[in-house]
Design a protein around this ligand. Sequence first.
Ligand code: ZN
Length: 507
Amino acid sequence: MKVLSPSVAFTAVSVLASTSSAGPTRRAKCGLPLVQDKALVDSILIDDLLGCAQDLEDIAYSTSRRNRVHGTEGHLNSVNYFVEQLKSVGDYYNIELQEFTTEVTIQSKASLSVNGETLEAGGFSFGNNGTWADKPVVSVANLGCNAEDHPDSLNGAVALISRGDCTFVEKITLAGEKGAIGAIIYNNAAAGLAAGTLGGVNDLIPVGGISREDGLRLVEQIENNAAVTSSGEFWQYIDNTTSYNVVASSKHGDANNVLFLGAHSDSVEAGPGINDNGSGSCGLLTIAKQLARWRTNNQVRFAWWTAEEEGLLGSEHYVNVTAASELDKIRLYLNFDMIASPNYVLGIYDGDGSSFNLSGPAGSAQAEKLFEEWYKSEGLPFVGSEFNGRSDYGPFLDQGVPCGGLDTGADGIKTEEEVALFGGTAGIWYDPNYHSAKDNVTNLNLDAFEATSRAIAHAVATYGTSWEGFPARNVTSLTRRSSGYSKYNTLSRKSRSVKKTYLEVSK
Ligand SMILES: [Zn+2]
């Protein structure tokens, strides 16, 4: 589809004026038929999914930054797009725009040399400013996720650590505790520089990201007892930006027994973010539009979250400003983040903990089972997806809300067993374009996109009709803020008190 004309370009005024705030949402009667599972599923067409993805790419490419980062024109126009599309089906939904402001990196600089040779390097969002000169580089064992991986020789040195398994924050915290004055993280796949976010303002040692190839070369030199020294300079400028969560609740259906589905609407800086997460956004939008032809017994609520890429901030904001008594009315939260990965698997969040030993609140296992049964009935293979809170369901898990979801893989490495099930290429990422400029429409896998979106529609029809057989909700107000699934949270909450600052050089 074509680029949006300037007349629909976002302004806060136009969007705020054009939507109603969420009020009492039940409508006594309506003439629509009760949702039919097969009919809803069969109404989800790849042309619609792809058309939406193309619209989001056009929105990104029509801006100078060519992305949809929280708070940028590309993201604000995405928000406006979701609102306009939802309004195109009439007054089926109460649409709420939830304003959210947080710090993001506006500008950054990264330079790194090793033994006098300049290496290509990048910074991490919320990485601290700092410089070092001619410091020894010490290799950290394994993936640097355990204290014993970090040797005593890190004292006064720069830690060289592989990406993978645990968060960047965990790795560089451990290195800092051993006295390292800086860290270099190398990628765990041949996919550009290691990059990401530290989730918020922090007091960690400065850190840079390099490629897997460069990282392994340095590890080999160190193992061969060559003297490896490094100089580095990292800084960034952080400022406040504002954007919006879009929350759309069906006007009919029982608002005390809500099915809630969410996907993040923002991208990273590197590109338009079409698999991550135009795909999940468009899956939900396409279903939300088709659902408007039907009545449901239970309220169905959709959210397009902002600032997920900054550390799950939009969804965290939602649960922070929503009363516990309202969160108690959410029977199930389903999350969709990357559902059209080029080297895909059909992943189901492992809510019962059978694959990864991390289970969710009662109901999470039933959600997993529903998707398993659906894929079986469609004759499709599936695998468990680690239930680690690393997307917008993390804040909901923290509040004791049962969660589920589907994804098709991000920066994990595909195994031979998975190739036997799904085809594709072993030994590389599920999405080789993850967080890069190549995450665009051309590289979506349409089979995965369609299969996943149909499965979501099946969940909407099932739970929109009845919660029979689904466990009663435990009481969120008794379990709030107890479980700590999302490691980002403490840091990001802290970051909000900082208004506008150059980060201090760390010690
Ligand atoms: Zn994502």
